[in-house]
Design a protein around this ligand. Structure first.
Ligand SMILES: *[C@@H]1O[C@H](CO)[C@@H](O)[C@H](O)[C@H]1NC(C)=O
Ligand SMILES: *[C@@H]1O[C@H](CO)[C@@H](O)[C@H](O)[C@H]1NC(C)=O
Length: 370
């Protein structure tokens, strides 16, 4: 009886064991992408560069005064800011150290890569042609990510590397430089006959971005934060294009269309690949709030740059010879293209804990938890 009971009960208990194992496997599969963010991988332009361009032969640099005047130690680090920038605040919020610039890391030590890497480079655009040879193009940054991926696979093994990257946050800010070049070409009196209409220009950008984001996915990115372009037409440099110092409508229109295109692209990717989670930050709408109503957000100056020379400090960038304002927290813009530390901190706060329509379909806090 005992023996036969054992025999007959075996298939049943095995079935339970199998069901348990399947459930455990499913749970651990899900867990591979959930849980806290172990590292941040940053790609993009000068809004996110924390020193890569220091290693390049380029005129797109910020490793000199008065940049960094409010950074700890008053140090010019290569950030295009008076202080910290977006990747610093993002890391702080997630309890992580700021991811170091890729070009400052020794490639012989793959362990460097586990704690996050920043590939962002001032001047970079979606298009290779944007500031060609003056920065790490977005494509080049993804090439470098591919070698980081290979290093991680070699040191951790394929499965561990994939698990690590799937939990990590991939933060991307790209597109502003393409739009700035486009707006300048449209406004110049020698307007190139080849300048396409805005929607055509944006469609081409989004088309290129599609392949680039797919490459990121193929390299293991599963938590993707896309920071849309700001109202670049309102940066002091583009205001200078008009006699009335108005925002460039062409640039702002392109920016809004680009952000809409990127949001649609990501929604499509997530529909096809159900393991992809993402958030899109509408930097344009978020920053417009400060520009349209500075006092409500604690700003006194939303048009002129703090650091620079010439009309609105917007004719020449921030160099050791430039003027700079005494009170940086009162300015939206640090130099003719870049936000102040205060602006970057406030925007990161909104992206982290805000809600639609500024950040969607989830905020960064939620993206870090799913
Ligand atoms: C851009 O540059 C990358 C290499 O960094 C290259 O693989 C890619 O084909 C280039 N794209 C175009 C459109 O030229
Ligand atoms: C700097 O500007 C901010 C915002 O306009 C203001 O609240 C603050 O009091 C100013 N600080 C100084 C030292 O003037």
């Amino acid at each position: 009886m005992g023996a036969s009971a054992t025999v007959t009960s075996l298939p049943c208990s095995m079935a339970i064991v199998v069901a348990f194992l399947l459930a455990a496997a499913a749970t651990s599969f899900m867990a591979a992408s959930a849980g806290p963010v172990p590292a941040i991988y940053v790609l993009g332009d000068s809004l996110a560069d924390v020193g890569n361009n220091n290693y390049l032969l380029t005129f797109l640099k910020a490793d000199f005064a008065h940049n960094g005047i409010d950074y700890p130690g008053g140090k010019a680090t290569g950030r295009f800011s008076n202080g910290k920038n977006f990747p610093d605040f993002l890391a702080e919020k997630l309890g992580l150290a700021t991811s170091p610039p890729y070009l400052g890391l020794s490639s012989s030590n793959a362990a460097n890569y586990v704690n996050g890497v920043n590939f962002a480079s001032g001047g970079a655009g979606v298009s290779n042609a944007t500031n060609q040879n003056q920065c790490l193009s977005f494509d080049k940054q993804i090439d470098y990510l591919a070698s980081v991926y290979a290093s991680l696979v070699q040191s951790l093994g394929q499965q561990q590397a994939a698990a690590h990257l799937s939990k990590s946050l991939f933060a991307i800010t790209i597109g502003s430089n393409d739009i700035i070049h486009y707006a300048k070409s449209m406004s110049s009196s020698t307007k190139r006959p080849s300048s396409p209409p805005t929607q055509q220009f944006v469609d081409a950008l989004v088309q290129t971005l599609t392949g680039q984001l797919q490459r990121l996915y193929n390299l293991g990115a599963r938590r993707l934060l896309f920071l849309g372009t700001g109202p670049v037409g309102c940066c002091p440099s583009l205001r200078e294009l008009s006699a009335a110092k108005d925002c460039s409508a062409v640039a702002n229109d392109a920016s809004a269309r680009f952000n809409a295109g990127a949001a649609k692209l990501l929604a499509g990717m997530a529909a096809r690949s159900t393991d992809l989670r993402y958030a899109v930050f509408d930097s344009s709408a978020a920053l417009f709030r400060y520009i349209n109503n500075p006092a409500a957000y604690g700003f006194a100056e939303a048009k002129a740059a703090c650091c620079g020379l010439g009309d609105m400090n917007a004719k020449i960038g921030c160099t050791p010879l430039s003027f700079y304002c005494a009170n940086r927290t009162s300015h939206v813009f640090w130099d003719f293209y870049h936000p102040t530390e205060t602006t970057a901190r406030m925007l990161t706060d909104t992206a982290f804990d805000g809600s639609a329509p500024l950040i969607f379909p989830m905020n960064i806090r939620q993206l870090s938890a799913v």
